[in-house]
Design a protein around this ligand. Structure first.
Ligand code: NAI
Length: 462
């Protein structure tokens, strides 16, 4: 038995970042993790492997569609699927190995196994019980399915199975037009699969600024993804190596079905809290199965805290990371804080979509006076040269004060571009502050400045 200042349960982005920060602040820290490798869902079966496949298939897209235009004459590449998966595994391995190195560097103990909390101040891993002044639960989430759909991770898969398919499917049905469905749907579309996305709502990417979502859907449709919107999937029937998905139109109750080689169920995720012993411990939960916490991440049990996907809020790796830092600071006697108003969200398709702050719909609902500044990438020299002129930057600012309230970008490197707006928002900047900041030419970032200019006297290149 060992004794620690802090034991973190779970080594995903929330947990491992929390542990490193706590160790840096002088806390004796251990992390419990039952997977063979550190990094949680994000590094092992989420963000990182999906980005490797998105990168590889985007390169394929460039070779197929743009190489010849640039005078690059080569045979169009063929896909060696096994090698592509090996590349993906290598990317994962480098990253999970990196966390192991950081644990050693920061003298963090990895308690290997699945942990539970028999009582406040104690964490059980296997046969051993360890003591901790503080416990942080960062146990993450798992895919959640829908009724009449049985996951086998072969024909009917979650994102986990979709990252390790035995072969590239000819036909794929994706249930749910959220981030997972669209990112992985894009991967297989670029690999030649016929991809149909069935979505319950009348628009893709729920919660996204509606104008951006509409534009996004148009671009993805042009890339060959098919969308069936306003339709509730009723069930999936598997026969051998095929599966038939049946859905019902919400408008007129008519039923349709489609048979495919692979069905990706991307209908959301739910907190992973099984086996932690939370009920016996008396930890209060929400009616959606999330761990209830107060403003300082404390659960209903003293000394036990929770962060990340297991608590209410956005299920995003970087939100969990920020919560990990904040709770480590609080436990070290500092003032940890997360600004939930400025958390970017990115969809890593091509083009990327990135958003931060309020959508136009939210501002309307709040009855807030706002103005819109927009700039299309068609007016951006770099984007045009790089065959990346689809999409636009949209910035929303307060009508009276010019303070930036939100930004929504669909276009090249949107996931990187969004951060200058995030910094501006953190500093309470006005759109004019962005507009008056010199931006290097030629860069995609000029698109952000131009949208800010559009909120004042007008964009220069539009
Ligand atoms: P999601 O919640 O984003 O989307 C699920 C979609 O499925 C919704 O649009 C919903 O209306 C639809 N749906 C539910 N039941 C249905 C039915 N019976 N028939 C048809 N459609 C149905 O969930 P997703 O994409 O699985 O992602 C899970 C979580 O992981 C999200 O919180 C997401 O933000 C996060 N994530 C974030 C990524 C990123 O930031 N790039 C990447 C991957 C996941």
């Amino acid at each position: 038995m060992a004794s620690y200042d802090l034991i973190v349960i779970g080594a995903g982005p929330g947990g491992y970042v929390c542990a490193i920060k706590a160790a840096q602040l002088g806390l004796k820290t251990a992390v419990v993790e039952g997977r063979e490798t550190l990094g949680g869902t994000c590094l092992n079966v989420g963000c990182i492997p999906s980005k490797a496949l998105l990168h590889a298939t985007h390169a394929l897209h460039e070779a197929e569609h743009n190489f010849a235009k640039m005078g690059l004459k080569a045979e169009t590449p063929t896909v060696d699927w096994d090698q592509m998966l090996a590349y993906k595994r290598d990317s994962v391995g480098q990253n999970t190995g990196g966390i192991e190195f950081l644990f050693k560097k920061n003298k963090i103990d990895w308690l290997k196994g699945w942990g539970s909390i028999p009582e406040a101040g104690k964490v059980k891993v296997g046969d051993e019980t360890h003591e901790a002044k503080h416990i942080v639960i960062a146990s993450g989430s798992v895919p959640s399915s829908i009724p009449n759909v049985e996951i086998d991770e072969k024909v009917v898969v979650t994102s986990t199975g979709a990252l390790e398919l035995g072969r590239i499917p000819e036909k794929m049905v994706v249930i749910g037009a959220g981030v997972i469905g669209l990112e992985l749907g894009s991967v297989y579309r670029r690999l030649g699969s016929e991809v149909t996305v069935v979505e319950y709502l009348d628009a893709i990417t729920p919660g996204m600024d509606a104008e951006v979502a509409r534009n996004f859907q148009k671009i993805l449709t042009k890339q060959g993804l098919k969308f069936v919107l306003g339709s509730a999937v009723q069930g999936v029937a598997v026969e051998g190596e095929k599966a038939t998905v049946t859905w019902k139109s919400r408008k007129d109750d008519s039923e349709e079905s489609l048979t495919a080689d692979c069905v990706l169920v991307a209908t959301g995720r739910k907190p992973y809290v099984e086996g932690l012993g939370l009920e016996e411990l008396g930890v209060e939960m929400t009616d959606r199965g999330q761990i209830k916490i107060d403003d300082h991440f404390k659960t209903s049990v003293d000394g036990v805290y929770a962060i990340g996907d297991a608590v209410p809020g956005l299920m995003l790796a970087h939100k969990a990371e920020d919560e990990g830092v904040a709770i480590a600071e609080i436990l070290a006697g500092q003032k940890g804080h997360v600004n939930y108003e400025v958390i970017p969200g990115v969809v890593y398709t091509h083009p990327e979509v990135a958003t931060v702050g309020k959508t136009e719909e939210q501002l309307k609902e709040e009855g807030r006076g706002y103005k819109v500044g927009k700039f299309p990438f068609l007016g951006n020299a770099r984007a045009k040269a790089n065959f990346s002129a689809e999409g636009f930057v949209k910035i929303l600012a307060d009508k009276k004060t010019d303070r930036i309230l939100g930004a929504h970008i669909i276009g090249p490197m949107a996931g990187d571009l969004i951060h200058e707006v995030c910094v501006a928002m953190e500093f309470g900047a006005a759109a004019e502050d962005l507009a008056r900041t010199c931006h290097a030419h030629p860069t995609y970032s000029e698109g952000v400045r131009e949208a800010a200019l559009a909120l004042g006297d007008g964009a220069i290149h539009a």
